[in-house]
Ligand binder design. Structure first.
Ligand code: HGY
Ligand code: MN
Ligand code: MN
Ligand code: MN
Length: 416
C-alpha cells in the first residue's frame, strides 16, 4: 500500500545530509576533498551507507562512480540522477555535494512513501569531476561515457607527479578496467543532475531554480615558460630571459583577448602559476602556469585558444624564453536535449516552482553523461555567484525547492 507521496523535500534532513558530507574535508579553509583520494572514497562510502538505508542496492563501477539502484515495477532503462563528491582545493560545501544530497533526499522521499516507480531509478555519486588535482575534468563520468583513453590516465599528473592511474590504484580501483567499462546507453532512459549555478543569474533575479539548455566547453592547458635564471643584482636588465615577466605578459594577453568583442562569451583564466626557483634574488628561470578557456561556442573557443597561444608564443620569442604546452582537458559546449528539459520545466509548472532557462559557464558530469543518455540539469542559486571558494553558499530553502523539483522531474520521466 503506498502512502501519500510527499511532494516536498525535508529541508532539515537534506541540510544535515549536506553538512555531514561537507565535514569530510582535509581541513583548512572551505572543503578540500580531492579526486581519487581516500577522503573522496570515504565520501562515497557514506553515500553508499545512506542509499542502502534508503532501500537501494549499491555498487561502485570501475571508475569509482558509486551507483545506487532502486528497482521499479518493471525492468528497463533507468531514470538517473546524481553529481560529484570531490572538490577543488579550499572549495565550497555545495559544488557537487548539493546534487548528491538532493539525490539522497529523493531516494529517502520515495522510500518513506513506499512509492513504486515503473522504471528502476539510479542515484549516482561521480568520482573525480574537478580538474583541480589532475587538470582533467569529469574523470569518473568521462570514463562512464567511454570518452577517456587508458593513456590519458597515465598522462595526467598532479602537483606531486602522481598520475591519475596511480591515484586510482592507490584507492583500490583498476585503471585498466576503468578505461574499458563504459556505461551501456540501453541501461538508461534519462538523467537529471542538480547542481549549484556557480554564477549569479538566479541570485540576482530571485528566481528559485534554473534549467540548463547549454553547458560551456572548456580547453585547459599547462604552459611552461623556460627562461634563464640568474642573479638579480649581477644581471643587467637588457638581455634577460625572465620567465615570470613573460608569463605575466601572457596572463594579461589571455585576459585581453577574452575581453575583445570578437570573443564575447569566451572566458580565459590563468588560475595557477608556479615560479622556479622562487628566490627573491634569482631571476625566475621557469614558470609553469595553467590556461583555462571556456565558451558556449566550440568554434570560438578553439579560435580563442589558438589566438592566445599565438600571442604567448610571440611574447616568449621576443623575450628569448622557451615555451611548451600540454593539453589537460578539451571539451566542447553541449546543448542538452529539449525533451528532458521539457519534462523538468513541465514538473516545475505542475508544482509551482518558478524557473528560468540558463546556460552553464561551469563544466559538469552532465556534459559527459549526456553522451550515454539524454540529460537535463537543475540549478539552485549560488549567493553572489560565488563558487570554488569557502564562501560558496546556497540557501537551505532554495536547495529544498530544487530537490522537490528533481523528485517531481524523475517521477515524470518515469511515467513517460
Ligand atoms: O571547473 C568546472 O567548471 C567544474 O566546476 N568542474
Ligand atoms: Mn561541480
Ligand atoms: Mn567545481
Ligand atoms: Mn558538475
Amino acid at each position: 500500500m503506498t502512502r501519500p507521496v510527499p511532494v516536498t523535500a525535508d529541508a532539515d534532513r537534506l541540510w544535515s545530509t549536506l553538512e555531514a558530507m561537507a565535514a569530510l574535508s582535509e581541513g583548512g579553509p572551505g572543503v578540500t576533498r580531492l579526486a581519487y583520494t581516500r577522503l573522496e572514497r570515504r565520501a562515497h562510502e557514506l553515500f553508499a551507507e545512506w542509499m542502502e538505508d534508503a532501500g537501494c542496492a549499491v555498487r561502485t563501477d570501475c571508475a569509482g562512480n558509486t551507483i545506487a539502484s532502486r528497482p521499479g515495477r518493471n525492468e528497463g532503462p533507468a531514470v538517473g540522477t546524481g553529481s560529484h563528491l570531490d572538490s577543488v582545493y579550499a572549495g565550497g560545501r555545495f559544488d557537487g555535494i548539493a546534487g548528491v544530497a538532493a539525490a539522497v533526499e529523493v531516494a529517502r522521499m520515495l522510500h518513506q512513501a513506499g512509492v513504486e516507480t515503473d522504471l528502476p531509478l539510479r542515484f549516482v555519486a561521480f568520482a573525480a569531476e574537478e580538474g583541480a588535482r589532475f587538470g582533467q575534468a569529469c574523470c569518473g563520468s568521462k570514463l562512464a561515457a567511454g570518452l577517456s583513453s587508458r593513456a590519458e590516465l597515465d598522462d595526467r599528473r598532479d602537483r606531486d607527479g602522481i598520475s591519475l592511474a596511480e591515484a586510482m590504484a592507490a584507492v583500490g580501483l583498476d585503471p585498466d578496467a576503468a578505461a574499458s567499462a563504459p556505461w551501456r546507453p540501453a541501461d538508461w532512459s534519462a538523467f537529471v543532475e542538480l547542481h549549484i549555478e556557480q554564477g549569479s543569474v538566479l541570485d540576482d533575479s530571485g528566481v528559485d531554480v534554473g534549467v540548463v539548455d547549454l553547458i560551456s566547453g572548456s580547453t585547459r592547458l599547462e604552459l611552461v615558460a623556460d627562461g634563464r635564471a640568474s642573479h638579480t643584482g649581477g644581471t643587467p636588465m637588457r638581455g634577460r630571459a625572465d620567465a615570470l615577466a613573460a608569463a605575466a605578459e601572457a596572463v594579461l594577453a589571455a585576459e585581453r583577448l577574452a575581453l575583445d568583442a570578437r570573443y564575447r562569451g569566451a572566458r580565459a583564466t590563468v588560475g595557477r602559476l608556479l615560479v622556479e626557483p622562487g628566490s627573491i634574488t634569482t631571476i625566475p628561470g621557469r614558470v609553469t602556469f595553467s590556461l583555462d578557456v571556456r565558451d558556449v561556442d566550440a568554434d570560438r573557443q578553439r579560435r580563442a585558444v589558438a589566438e592566445i597561444m599565438g600571442r604567448v608564443r610571440a611574447i616568449c620569442l621576443r623575450r628569448g624564453v622557451g615555451l611548451s604546452a600540454r593539453p589537460l582537458a578539451d571539451t566542447s559546449a553541449v546543448v542538452l536535449p529539449d525533451w528532458v528539459r521539457a519534462e523538468v520545466t513541465g514538473a516545475a509548472g505542475e508544482i509551482g516552482v518558478r524557473y528560468r532557462v540558463l546556460t552553464s559557464g561551469a563544466s559538469h558530469d552532465a556534459q559527459m553523461i549526456n553522451r550515454v543518455t539524454p540529460t537535463a540539469m537543475i540549478f539552485v542559486p549560488s549567493r553572489a555567484g560565488l563558487s570554488h571558494v569557502p564562501e560558496e553558499w546556497t540557501d537551505p530553502a532554495k536547495l529544498a525547492v530544487g530537490t522537490t523539483l528533481l523528485f517531481a522531474s524523475m517521477l515524470r520521466l518515469d511515467a513517460r
